[in-house]
Design a protein around this ligand. Structure first.
Ligand code: NAD
Length: 451
């Protein structure tokens, strides 16, 4: 019987272990989820949402425990982990109300006919999640999927199985049996869930795996929602508040040790203000503490040695090709990578093209706004982007020229509540949140009668 051990990336100690789901058991799991679906659906939308809302109080009670588990299992600083754990419960009530509203049938009347547009469940959803937000990513998928009347087979990341299990345990305290079933393991279990005949695959993770899933799903035209990686740009205009811009860059390049899909990975700054911006950013990076997240360091470890080697490999190659190290670049040890600021990064370097997912801010000086926009858009990705500028109208017009799905002006990309979390180009296929995002977990069905 396979056992998956979970290691603390800060000290390599074992945090716990789970039983790997044998591949031969996956078909049976899907059958159980399918058998439970009609009863779950029959409860009705409001009743399902009310049941899910009961988890809010449990998430609140376990906030500290969940926060510590997140830090111990994947390394992020405890402050960030507690923030993630807090919002599993806080706001859930409103989120479920929003889902209920989005899934109400629409009635449309026209020329003697009356049509009702229903948002019915698809059946069984396979939900596959990454490790970087090991409890909030499942929540983003499972809440709309379950409220819509689907049952779910959930495969958490093999890096954070305990967080995935802890999340599912809370929901399973309020849900009927087999409405949510966890399958543990790595890519083999993920592939098995994809190939199992589920009615939808909701996936958040890397672009490469997303493409694989899309190919696999094409055989059966299974519905997919893919939230994938990014290579987010930031543009700093001449009239930007440079302190605020540098503070944002430091926090958004180094948060969660850069292991965030909307991390700022490429910064394009106008020549005339570049030196001041670079210096301020380098100073901010150099005072950040690096160490165990549970002990309150600003920057925790990379999730594992593979991720560390990937990040350091990109930095080393960039320096060999002419990038200048303004901060960090040395002092790395174990899984810890020092916050690093690179200047003179050119668009053809690997570090400017492939997702880094580490605490590295890459700065490129540009001669004009047009050049900044052109370089920012010169990527296969398109998740988020940020523009800092003084003149509101001019900054907003630069924002409108960017090809990302979410663009922040003088702030990060997160939108008002009720807006979608959406990637453009190869950063996403379908999306989450918002009325349209919630409806992606449903089959639209139109019933028309004569008036
Ligand atoms: P990953 O793609 O390696 O793995 C994600 C999940 O897919 C894991 O559970 C893994 O076991 C499973 N998996 C691996 N191969 C599979 C296959 N062939 N078929 C089915 N499942 C498979 O990603 P990761 O390293 O866990 O997460 C980091 C990535 O996630 C980054 O690229 C990041 O940008 C992205 N991400 C995107 C968002 C977003 O909202 N767009 C949010 C968080 C993370």
């Amino acid at each position: 019987m396979g056992i998956l051990k979970s290691f603390n990336p800060a000290n390599q100690e074992i945090v716990g272990e789970v039983r790997v789901t044998p591949l031969v058991e996956i078909p049976d799991i899907i059958s159980r989820a399918r058998a439970a679906q009609s009863h779950w659906n029959a409860l009705g939308l409001e009743e399902r949402a009310a049941m899910l809302k009961k988890s809010e109080v449990i998430f609140d009670e376990r906030m500290q425990e969940h926060g510590e588990l997140i830090t111990n299992e994947m390394g992020k600083p405890i402050k960030e982990a507690l923030f993630e754990a807090k919002f599993l419960g806080v706001g859930l009530d409103r989120e479920l109300d929003e889902i209920v509203e989005a899934l109400q049938p629409d009635v449309i009347e026209d020329r003697g006919v009356r049509s009702t547009v229903y948002h019915d469940p698809l059946g069984v959803v396979g939900a596959i999640t990454p490790w970087n937000f090991p409890m909030s990513m499942p929540s983003w998928m499972l809440m709309p999927a379950l409220a819509a009347g689907n049952t779910v087979v959930f495969k958490p990341s093999e890096e954070t199985p305990l967080c995935g299990q802890a999340y599912a345990d809370v929901l399973n305290e309020v849900l009927p049996e087999d409405v949510l079933i966890v399958a543990h393991g790595a890519d083999d279990q993920g592939k098995a869930v994809v190939a199992s005949g589920v009615d939808m695959i909701a996936f958040t993770g890397s672009r490469a795996v997303g493409k694989h899933i899309l190919r696999e799903a094409s055989g059966t035209l299974t519905r997919v929602v893919l939230e994938l990686g990014g290579k987010d740009p930031m543009i700093v205009l001449e009239d930007a508040n440079l302190d605020k811009a540098a503070q944002f860059a430091a926090s958004n390049s180094f948060r969660n040790a850069g292991q965030v899909c909307v991390s700022t990975e490429r910064i394009f700054v106008l020549d005339s203000v570049a030196e001041e911006f670079e210096q301020t950013l380098a100073e901010l990076a150099s005072v950040m503490t690096v160490g165990s997240g549970i002990e309150g360091a600003d920057v925790g470890p990379m999730v594992n040695a593979t991720q560390r080697d990937h990040v350091l490999g990109q930095v080393e190659a960039a320096v060999a090709e002419g990038a200048t190290v303004l901060a960090g670049g040395k002092g790395h040890h174990d899984n810890f990578v020092t916050p690093t600021v690179l200047a003179d990064v050119t668009g053809d370097m690997e570090i400017a093209r492939a997702e880094t997912f580490g605490p590295v801010a890459c700065v490129t000086r540009v001669a004009s706004v047009d050049e900044a926009v052109e370089m920012a858009n010169d990527t296969a990705f398109g998740l988020g982007a940020v523009v800092f500028g003084g003149d509101e109208e001019a900054t907003a017009s630069v924002a409108r020229r960017l090809t990302a799905g979410m663009i922040g002006i003088n702030r990060g990309v997160g939108g008002a509540s009720g807006t979608p979390w959406v990637g453009a180009r190869e950063s996403g296929f379908g999306f989450h949140k918002s009325k349209d995002g919630h409806r992606q977990f449903t089959q639209t069905r139109v019933v028309t009668l004569a008036q």
